[in-house]
Write a protein that binds this ligand. Structure first.
Ligand SMILES: Cc1cc2nc3c(=O)[nH]c(=O)nc-3n(C[C@H](O)[C@H](O)[C@H](O)COP(=O)(O)O)c2cc1C
Length: 446
């Protein structure tokens, strides 16, 4: 993990576990954004920028969280709320302590040495769904193992992990990764469809953050299929003519410094000639595996694509713009949710991520028709300030906020959240909004 020594206090430095002091975050973090403020002090500037930034002008990054402030809750009073409970059963997502999950996002080990193993344990203990990225820094199998050992410690927790796939030029490798995930016990698949190329994040170019910092690796590509009787023999060649990356090691794709931002280097692995047939292809593959594995199509931003995704076999539509890291200038996810709900909500559940930072954001998204919401950057920031413990702490803060928001809105159960609990204030449409507190604080600390 990369720590910003200059900004670490001496008491932090006396602590074990990579300068992470639980007192530090417990005394300084009272909401999700506080973890970002602390992470900015503790992580090196290039890593912080890599995690926090959006593409191009960062319009969409900022909009994602600002847009929640344009939706208003409609509280109902004098209703019994003595037993507020965030637990719910997600269609295709199981029985969870709250309808908040960790969105799949690569390279957790940049923030904490245990990487995704730390995060998955926090999720298992919180009894929520965890998404593992294909671009993780701990392997599919290691993370499954960490999750089940954590779950078995407590009878009240259960592991509910989904694996996130990208479609690679190398279709065989795409399927091998999926099969490994299913064999390791992952219960569902996120198929990310918004990343045929990677968004350009200027701060990475400015910082020269153009290769995955050693010793970190995208370990899922290192798997030795030839020594696994289930898969052997496989072809392991690199096709020099078209740059496709069929090989034992894919080092040159993500450790090369060809592009200005390191994950743009992975582009050569990704299939750019994709279509809805590929979604159907993945769905067929899941069916062939003989298990009822739900397919969540992640990265849908229009009603048209939501309909096409359902036709191609999606079990769940996930409204996402990759946290503002891909196409800049597209709308906030919460603002496109209504059109997608109108198009497909009667057929499939809709999940959403992007800018969720408060329990009230969760409540607004659920009232607008989402069944569950994901968080991305807050997971990195909490991992970076205190590893597994801080992720758990951050999740508890969000859950407490959600419970309070539900109670004050007169809602006892997740199933009782309705469209009438949210509205859009007509006066605020088209007006600019004052900066959120996080933006003010971050700007003043630059
Ligand atoms: C550093 C970072 C890495 C990410 N990596 C992936 C990834 O590998 N696959 C993917 O589908 N989404 C990835 N995402 C996007 C997240 O899954 C999620 O959509 C987004 O972070 C949600 O917005 P939020 O950060 O505002 O909560 C990544 C996001 C971040 C910040």
């Amino acid at each position: 993990m990369k720590i910003n020594d200059k900004n670490s206090s001496s008491s932090d430095n006396n602590n074990n576990n990579n300068n992470k002091s639980s007192d530090g975050y417990q005394q300084q973090c009272f909401n999700v954004d506080d973890f970002q403020i602390l992470a900015k002090k503790r992580l090196t500037p290039d890593l912080y920028d890599y995690l926090a930034s959006g593409s191009d002008d960062e319009q969409t990054l900022l909009e994602n969280s600002r847009a929640f402030k344009r939706w208003y809750l409609r509280p109902r009073v004098l209703r019994p709320v003595g037993n507020v409970n965030t637990r719910t059963v997600l269609r295709f997502g199981g029985n969870v302590a709250m309808p908040i999950f960790v969105s799949p996002a690569g390279v957790h080990a940049l923030c904490d040495d245990e990487g995704e193993c730390a995060t998955v344990r926090a999720c298992a203990n919180a009894s929520i769904l965890f998404g593992l990225s294909q671009h993780s820094t701990r392997s599919i199998e290691e993370v499954a193992e960490a999750s089940s050992s954590s779950s078995s410690r407590s009878s009240s927790t259960s592991s509910l992990n989904f694996y996130q796939a990208y479609i690679l030029k190398d279709r065989t490798r795409t399927l091998l990764l999926l099969r490994r995930a299913l064999r390791a016990g992952y219960k569902g698949i996120f198929l990310t469809v918004d990343s045929v190329r990677f968004g350009y994040r200027e701060c990475d170019a400015r910082n020269g953050f153009n290769a995955l910092p050693p010793p970190h690796r995208l370990v899922n590509y290192d798997y030795d299929y030839d020594n696994d009787s289930e898969y052997s023999p496989t072809t392991a060649t690199i096709d020099e003519s078209d740059g496709s990356c069929t090989g034992v090691t894919l080092d040159r794709t993500y450790n090369s410094q060809e592009k200005q931002s390191w994950d743009q280097n992975s582009e050569q692995m990704f299939e750019q000639n994709v279509s809805w047939e590929d979604v159907a292809w993945i769905k067929e593959e899941l069916k062939e595996q003989g298990k009822e594995i739900p397919l969540v199509v992640k990265g849908i931003m229009t009603a048209e694509d939501a309909v096409l995704a359902v036709q191609a076999g999606a079990d769940v539509i996930m409204v996402s713009n990759h946290g503002g890291r891909q196409l800049d200038g597209c709308m906030a996810t919460i603002d496109v949710l209504p059109e997608i709900v109108r198009a497909v909500n009667s057929i499939v559940p809709i999940w959403l991520d992007g800018g969720i930072r408060r329990g009230t954001d969760v409540l607004k998204a659920l009232a607008l028709g989402a069944s569950a919401v994901g968080i991305g950057k807050p997971v990195f920031f909490s991992l970076g300030v205190g590893g597994e413990g801080a992720v758990s702490y951050m999740l508890r803060l969000l859950q407490t906020e959600l419970e309070a928001a539900m109670a004050i809105c007169g809602i006892e159960r997740i199933e009782d959240i309705k469209p009438t609990h949210v509205t859009r204030h007509p006066l605020y449409d088209g007006m600019s909004f004052r900066e959120s507190s996080i933006e003010t604080v971050l700007r003043s600390s630059l």
